[in-house]
Design a protein around this ligand. Structure first.
Ligand code: FAD
Length: 431
């Protein structure tokens, strides 16, 4: 595992202060307990509290400590590598379309919440671009565009190569999907702002308190915590992103942990600013060797990628990322990077979310797949409705199933690194 980097990110340096919360050292009762203070847990707690349901959210470390406070901050209302037709094929027409509708509206919801709760998180809704690195990928994007348009979405366009170069500053792409509702923000400041809004609406938030046990007694759930505090709840949401500390069996074994690295430049000199992404969009392209780029406050750029070997990757990746940006954006010299950090994204085999049944009235949800800002925010209101009893399981956009551990978890954990060794070749050979 790479070293712990939560407090080394640009988001930590520029995202304001930690959310202040009182400790839990007593036994308390609530309607709903949410375990995990990332975007999914916090959005659900906010919408529960706004609807008048009593909710306690318990976070092992601090709000945003997981993937939510370390990601690239690209607000992307699209599946990773899939389109609405894939969601239909996997979930059925009705459910698939409901999930796609939630995801498709996810960026609007994110920026609405930012405005409504006046969250200072450097939001920029200038659009998200997915450039095609090969003609076949452009055809794939065209297919996805049609699928989204068939669901009634507007604000999407397919750009030709010249327009893509003008918008990205990068020659060589074969066109791009542009989604005008997307953009970028400081994700740690965003999730902290959502948590403050949840508290203002009446949610109780507890930090530095790992939940160590979950058991059912009569018609209530009982949560034990490391600090000795106890919570009794009618319903429970495990919003732990299927992390290893999830207090229910089989959940962590259902996902592949994907190591993702982020690097932020120092503020670029004035003559270098605007060479990449002059219009302020965020970008993730179609390469298998993941490449994302976005502007950030102060004239910086933030870029993301993966490493095949995790040992020493944090030091190595800096060089690779600088080389890659220099190659993609002619004339842009970023010099060194000011911030380097790492996070773990939970990935499901079909890249779709999972709602796992933990017991009566208790669910574990993961909807990460490297694209969780829009979708996890949008799942919050729906999960809140379900947990408050307003809608039943059938109305959820993802079927509730028993936990399904991966068949070969160790092999699966090693797979992304091994696949990355071939990703460059795969990308070069793509027609
Ligand atoms: C490096 C990286 C870059 C990414 N880039 C993007 C991007 O640009 N755009 C995008 O949309 N998505 C991106 N993603 C994905 C996105 O960050 C995730 O989908 C999203 O943050 C997941 O939110 P979550 O609330 O489900 O989980 P998390 O944010 O991981 O939150 C889970 C929380 O549960 C807590 N927890 C775990 N066990 C316990 C326990 N026993 N008791 C109490 N608390 C517990 C953890 O401490 C953690 O804070 C990226 C992910 C990574 C790792």
């Amino acid at each position: 595992m790479p070293p712990e980097t939560f407090d080394r990110s640009l988001w930590h340096a520029t995202g304001g202060s930690r959310v202040a919360t009182p400790p839990l050292d007593e036994a308390i009762a609530t309607d709903v307990a949410v375990v995990g203070g990332g975007i999914l847990g916090v959005s659900t707690a906010l919408h529960l509290a706004e609807a008048g349901t009593s909710v306690v959210l318990v976070e092992a470390r601090e709000i945003g400590w997981g993937a939510s406070g370390r990601n690239g901050g690209l607000v992307v209302p699209h599946y990773a590598r899939l389109g609405p037709a894939d969601a239909r094929a996997a979930l059925g027409e009705d459910r698939g379309d409901r999930l796609s509708a939630l995801l498709g509206g996810g960026a609007e919801l994110v920026f609405d919440l930012v405005r409504r709760h006046r969250i200072a998180c450097d939001p920029v809704q200038a659009g998200w671009l997915c450039p095609a690195h090969a003609p076949s990928r452009r055809a794939g994007l065209e297919g996805r565009l049609r699928q989204w348009q068939a669901l009634g979405r507007d604000g999407l366009d397919l750009l030709d190569a010249a327009a893509t170069e003008a918008m990205t500053g990068m020659p060589g792409y074969h066109g791009a999907l542009l989604d005008r509702s997307g953009g970028h923000l400081n994700p740690l400041a965003y999730v902290r702002g959502l948590a403050r809004a949840a508290m203002a609406a009446g949610a109780r938030i507890v930090q530095d308190t790992p939940v160590t046990g979950l058991r059912r007694d009569g018609d209530r759930w009982h949560l034990d915590t490391e600090g000795g505090g106890r919570i009794s709840a009618g319903r429970v949401l495990l919003a732990t992103n299927a992390g290893r500390g999830t207090p229910a069996p089989g959940i962590a074994a259902g996902v592949v942990p994907l190591h993702v690295y982020q690097s932020a430049t120092a503020p670029l000199p004035p003559e270098m600013r605007g060479r990449a992404l002059p219009g302020g969009q965020s970008l993730s392209d179609t390469r298998a060797d993941l490449f994302s780029l976005r502007p950030a406050a102060g004239g910086r750029l933030v870029t993301g990628g993966m490493a095949s070997l995790q040992l020493g990757a944090l030091e190595r990746i800096q060089h690779r990322m600088a080389q890659r940006i220099g190659r993609f954006v002619p004339g842009l010299v970023v010099g060194g990077f000011e911030h380097q950090w790492h996070g773990v994204a939970s990935v499901t085999p079909d890249l779709l979310p999972r709602f796992w049944r933990v017991g009566p009235g208790a669910l574990a949800v993961t909807a990460c797949n490297g694209r969780g800002i829009a979708l996890n925010t949008a799942l919050g209101p729906v999960l809140a409705q379900h947990l408050s009893g307003a809608i039943d399981e059938v109305a959820l956009p993802v079927p509730v199933t028993d936990p399904q551990p991966l068949r070969y978890p160790r092999l699966s954990a090693a797979a992304p690194g091994a696949m990355l060794l071939f990703a460059g070749l795969h990308d070069r050979l793509a027609r």
